[in-house]
Write a protein that binds this ligand. Structure first.
Ligand code: ADP
Ligand code: ASP
Ligand code: MG
Length: 412
């Protein structure tokens, strides 16, 4: 029997009615002749609540306990989905990550999947089971501890299962009907794309478009998984949603495919550090050891052997970053006058494969922001993207202005 992976995100399993609705969708695919692997998220809001409880109990928490707690939301929906399917006379059972087992690294709260043995679930399909419901977002480390895959990680569970089982397709059911030129929640002119190239989706995801977790796109690209994003609230058809596919499968594409944003960024500046060989390693080594995801880095010109070093990281890692820097200072590994954290910034990026062959995109982006009176604080570029840090209060304006300037309302 061909296998299909169907993933239902938080809003698609937000209550018992929605779970029942998703179960009906699953029943259609069972009737179509598929062995179905269903990956479920926690009910919407649940993971945030669990994360909040952890932070309230222990601000610099033990990441192993964080994972034990935060993974639990998915266990509930997996069990409920299996029960709902059984009520519909569809043979189904649930699996938690460790039962499969979804083997991951021990990088708690951002673990990577290393292996998914398929024998266990295959054997059950062989015995007549029709649907395997798997709790997304979680796995087990070599030490036998529960791990999670980072926020939005159920997408990655889904793609990893699709790759491991050689599924015909991986359908990601969510609360929007596909991938848009930008987040439709903040730009009403955003347009749904019928197709998007893996590489563009990868950049959009890593720059904040949370419709797919970055790692899921990476895996889909590597294992050539046919990945589709579609709404769990609309009647599906063969052409529904957005197909994430190879660049060659897209006939025409814009220079800029989309605009992404990441709201909760912080800009940290170490004032007056010694400008000497090894200083970057002395700063970013401890930050990395402390689990801080440093994104943009700017080293200013130096004066009299001292310089300022600026980097950005997610706002919820500011405490960790400050501790890592102050500890390194105490140990004498680095020396700085002050550490200034600006927690009021956001990152806005434009992405498009067309930038490889078109010049002038950066200049246009800067002109558009300047015309809106938006000050750019940090800039980074790569082959197919340009990102800027701006004051958070201008984030939505920046996204809308760029969407207009690059005429993305004509995409689709
Ligand atoms: P789920 O709970 O189903 O995993 P998410 O909330 O993680 O859903 O992702 C879907 C959301 O991603 C949408 O509601 C939308 O606000 C947001 N989003 C951000 N950028 C985009 C984009 N370019 N296209 C579509 N949705 C986007
Ligand atoms: N429930 C997890 C989260 O909210 C994983 C997911 O939904 O993909 O991040
Ligand atoms: Mg998600």
């Amino acid at each position: 029997m061909p296998t299909l992976v169907m993933k239902f995100g938080g809003t698609s399993v937000a209550n018992l009615d929605r779970i029942a609705r998703a179960a009906k969708r699953i029943a259609v695919e069972v009737a179509n002749g598929y062995d179905v692997i269903v990956i479920v998220s926690a009910m919407s809001g649940k993971t945030n609540e669990l994360v909040g409880w952890v932070a309230e109990t222990s601000p610099l928490y033990d990441a192993r306990e964080y994972d034990a707690i935060v993974s639990s939301g998915e266990n509930v929906t997996a069990g409920l989905m299996a029960l709902r399917l059984q009520e519909m006379d569809i043979p189904a059972r649930s699996w938690q990550g460790w039962q499969v087992p979804v083997k991951t690294t021990s990088a708690h709260s951002s673990a990577r999947i290393e292996e998914i043995p398929t024998d266990n679930i295959h054997a059950k399909f062989g015995e007549g089971m029709k649907v395997a419901v798997v709790a997304g977002f979680q796995g087990i480390s070599p030490e036998g501890r529960i791990t999670t895959l980072g926020r939005g990680g159920s997408d990655t569970t889904a793609v990893a299962f699709a790759a491991a089982f050689g599924a015909e397709r991986c359908d990601i059911y969510t609360d929007v009907d596909g991938v848009y030129t930008t987040d439709p929640r903040i730009a009403s002119k955003a347009r749904k794309l019928d197709k998007i190239a893996y590489e563009e989706m990868l950049e959009l995801a890593s720059l904040g478009a949370k419709v797919l977790q970055t790692r899921s796109v990476e895996l889909a690209m590597r294992y050539k998984v046919r990945l589709r994003v579609l709404s769990s609230f609309e009647e599906p058809s063969d052409s529904a949603g957005t197909l994430v596919c190879d660049e060659e499968d897209i006939m025409e594409s814009n220079v800029v495919a989309g605009v992404a944003y990441s709201r909760d960024e912080a800009k940290m500046t170490l004032i007056s550090v010694a400008d000497r060989p090894g200083i970057a390693a002395a700063i970013f080594g401890p930050l990395s050891d402390a689990g801080v995801n440093v994104d943009m880095i700017v080293q200013n010109i130096s004066e009299e052997g001292r310089t300022d070093m600026t980097f950005s990281c997610p706002t919820d890692q500011v405490l960790r970053a400050e501790k890592a820097m102050n500890d390194a200072k105490e140990k004498g590994e680095i020396n700085f006058h002050d550490l200034v954290a600006d927690e009021g910034v956001a990152k806005v990026s434009v992405v498009g494969i067309g930038m490889r062959s078109h010049t002038g995109v950066a200049a246009k982006m800067f002109r558009v922001l300047s015309a809106e009176g938006i000050n750019i604080k940090v800039i980074t570029t790569s082959e197919i993207k340009i990102s800027v840090l701006v004051d958070r209060k201008y984030m939505e304006l920046a996204v809308q202005a760029l969407h207009d300037a690059f005429e993305l309302e004509k995409a689709g």
